[in-house]
Design a protein. Structure first.
Lengths: 420, 275
């Protein structure tokens, strides 16, 4: 009886406190210390990286123009039953809003936004704003006056567009980025074929990334195998040939590829000098050029992780298989290759992810047919200043990348990311 | 290498395989070898053959306000971003390896994510966020985002170094009478320093080679060397670019040599500790 008592009595430290409690506290302190060490970086990334990305995501559904610059119309049109034309109060609100907009010079903002839904809306708004403030003849209704300014005000479709945009968010940009458009019922449908653009750009991005990844693996795997099975002295020396380009600026490499691949470039002159071709080949500023330069940039990202995986495989496995009667090729395929698949696949996935977001190389070495999604994000930001479209394309690209990254983290573990 | 009894097919395979590997390695270095000589040409186009050698493009590079300014900017932004990334990244790596806490794997994925998020998205997002704060067209904005892009490298390399770290060494040091500060200075720091520094080198290279965020965030005043090269390649590609490229290649050789030296040192230390 007394024995079981001592067994059940909690173990205590010298000061009489239960050891279990003490241990738990110790562990908690350690956790808190760890969290305190990670916190500065987490906070830093939150402010310099995560919040900016969240702003981009929000921007893709932002729809501020109509509610900001046509506030009274937005409020009045909410009561419209969407049949026929809106009531006189809506027209009157529109007249007041446009008068204010004319004074505050915000007409271009309104017309630019509405013109996205119906082309020609720009001129309608601009022409009407010029006629503000209204000078009504006695007894004339605002509605009739508006229709007299431009008969398109009598078309309910234009009012539907205003009503649709009289809220602070819109799926418009995200739909457009997927070549969808909103029907009157509010459901998405595929845009007519001649208006589609972005699905093929996303398709092209994936397609090109796939080929670049494939070429990188096909060229990188043998080199990694060779280097991993050479004597250390030799392989360290040859490894420099992989590491040096890896550490060299991407811009330097793109400039060099232009030198090599252009019409009068080294490769064309060499081939013509040897009499292999009569006319210079078009190698730069097209897909060939982008593929060559991208494979060059991404090859080290395949070779380095593959090399470190292969280094960890004992050479005795292959020797054992061969001495047991396997043909060297069969031994490689059955014994060596399966052990490298996971590591190489992880490297390839990382290359694919990096490829999808690439901007510089296609922008400098490709033609219009080689530009990937990133290019259009930059294009809508810098050239047409359409933040909504830029953000929507960026958000979709981000979703695609993050999905693949989640797969990568699950398979490999983010902390196992190898830097060679 | 090839045994005498190898069959003809094996011989052919052996040599094709070698030829393939050698050509891939040539493919990897040839662009670097091609651009360096052109920087010494006196031709106004980046073309071979080189008829007369001259240093005029180096004069152009080192005598030109715009190029020099961009070089100066790169040497302001990259070290500052690297220092920030090294301090924050190393602290976080110590925290991440010292204890387990809920959500650690997810947190790690988030801390590494600047490495995989397309830079264009980071560029546009940080422009949207920084513009109202007055951080666009400023060094500070550029340094902050470049540091964020460099952080994953520091976290990865320092965590890897700490993963190999033998905790018993701390106990041994204490047992031999060293106080915690001495232990840190003479045992812990020398062992993790190579990880911190090589992470820093990666962060430095990232910032030093960054174009896209700079395109969005920097004004002409803050234009960095890669940004200047990007514009140069896009508009008129002159051998001044080859001169800039040669300078950058020399720089990457220096980075690479430092890294290899660190790696060798770490290796030696580790084996010395284990024996």
């Amino acid at each position: 009886m007394s024995e079981t008592m001592t067994m059940n009595a909690p173990l205590t430290a010298a000061d009489g406190e239960s050891l279990k409690v003490k241990l738990a506290r110790e562990r908690r302190n350690k956790q808190l210390k760890a969290i305190a060490l990670v916190a500065p970086l987490a906070l830093f990334l939150l402010l310099t990286f995560l919040v900016p990305i969240a702003m981009l995501l929000k921007r893709s559904v932002d729809n501020p123009e109509v509610i900001t610059y046509l506030p009274q119309t937005s409020a009045a049109i909410a009561g419209w039953d969407r049949r026929g034309l809106p009531s006189e109060t809506v027209f009157a609100a529109m007249a007041r809003d446009l008068t204010v907009a004319k004074e505050q010079k915000t007409v271009p903002e309104i017309s630019k936004r509405l013109n996205m839904d119906i082309s020609g809306f720009r001129s309608l708004i601009q022409r009407s704003a010029r006629k503000m403030p209204l000078e009504l003849a006695p007894g004339e209704s605002v509605r009739d006056h508006f229709i007299a300014i431009d008969e398109r005000w009598g078309d309910p479709d234009h009012w539907h567009v205003i009503a649709k945009n009289a809220k602070s968010w819109t799926p418009y940009y995200l739909y457009s980025a997927m070549d969808l458009r909103e029907t009157k019922a509010g459901t998405p449908e595929l845009a007519p074929e001649e208006e589609r653009a972005f699905l093929s750009i996303f398709g092209r991005t994936l397609w090109m990334s796939m080929w670049i990844t494939l070429f990188s693996v096909l060229l990188g795997y043998p080199v990694a195998y060779w280097l991993a099975n050479l004597p250390a002295r030799k392989s360290n020396l040859l490894m420099i040939l992989v590491l040096l380009p890896f550490w060299t600026s991407v811009l330097v490499r793109v400039a060099s590829w232009i030198v090599l691949l252009q019409q009068e470039g080294l490769i064309n002159s060499a081939l013509m000098g040897l009499g292999i071709i009569g006319e210079p080949l078009q190698l730069a500023f097209n897909r060939t050029g982008v593929y060559i330069a991208m494979v060059h940039i991404l090859l080290p990202f395949v070779i380095l992780p593959a090399y470190s995986v292969m280094k960890s495989i004992p050479p005795t496995y292959m020797r054992a298989a061969i001495s047991l009667g396997d043909h060297p090729f069969a031994a490689f395929w059955k014994i060596y290759f399966p052990q490298t698949v996971a590591g190489v696949a992880a490297g390839a996935l990382l290359v694919f992810i990096m490829c999808m977001g690439y901007y510089i190389t296609p922008a400098l070495l490709g033609g219009p047919q080689e530009q990937m999604v990133s290019y259009y994000v930059a294009f809508y930001t810098n050239v047409t200043i359409n933040w909504g479209m830029a953000a929507a394309l960026g958000s979709l690209l981000l979703v695609a990348t993050m999905t693949l990254y989640a797969v990568y983290s699950k398979l490999v573990g983010a902390n196992k990311l190898s830097l060679g | 290498m090839l045994p005498n009894y190898a069959s003809p097919i094996e011989r052919i395979w052996f040599w094709t395989f070698r030829a393939l590997c050698v050509s891939v390695l040539i493919f990897l270095v040839s662009p670097l070898l091609v651009i360096v000589p052109l920087s010494f040409s006196d031709n106004t186009f980046l073309l071979y053959p080189i008829e007369h050698f001259s240093l005029r493009w180096y004069q152009e590079f080192f005598g030109n306000e715009v190029w020099l300014n961009s070089l100066k900017n790169s040497f302001i932004v990259a070290p500052a971003a690297t220092l920030l990334a090294m301090v924050l990244g190393s602290l976080a790596a110590v925290g991440l390896t010292s204890s387990n806490f809920p959500g650690k794997a997810l947190l790690m994925s988030i801390l590494i994510s600047p490495m995989v998020v397309p830079v264009v998205i980071v560029g546009v997002g940080s422009y949207l966020f920084f513009a109202p704060l007055g951080l666009t067209n400023s060094y500070l904005g550029l340094i902050l985002v470049h540091a964020a892009l460099g952080v994953p490298f520091v976290v990865i390399t320092v965590s890897a170094t700490l993963g190999n770290f033998n905790v018993n060494l701390i106990k041994a040091s204490a047992n031999l009478g060293a106080n915690p500060l001495t232990t840190y200075r003479r045992v812990v720091f020398p062992l993790i320093a190579p990880g911190v520094i090589s992470g820093g080198l990666f962060a430095f290279a990232t910032s030093f080679d960054e174009v896209v965020v700079t395109l969005f965030l920097a004004g002409p005043e803050q234009s960095t060397l890669p940004r200047q090269m990007f514009g140069g390649i896009k508009e008129n590609i002159s051998p001044a670019i080859a001169a800039a490229a040669t300078v950058l290649i020399l720089f990457s050789i220096a980075l690479l040599l430092t890294l290899e030296w660190l790696r060798g040192r770490a290796e030696k230390m580790r084996t010395a500790v284990e024996h």
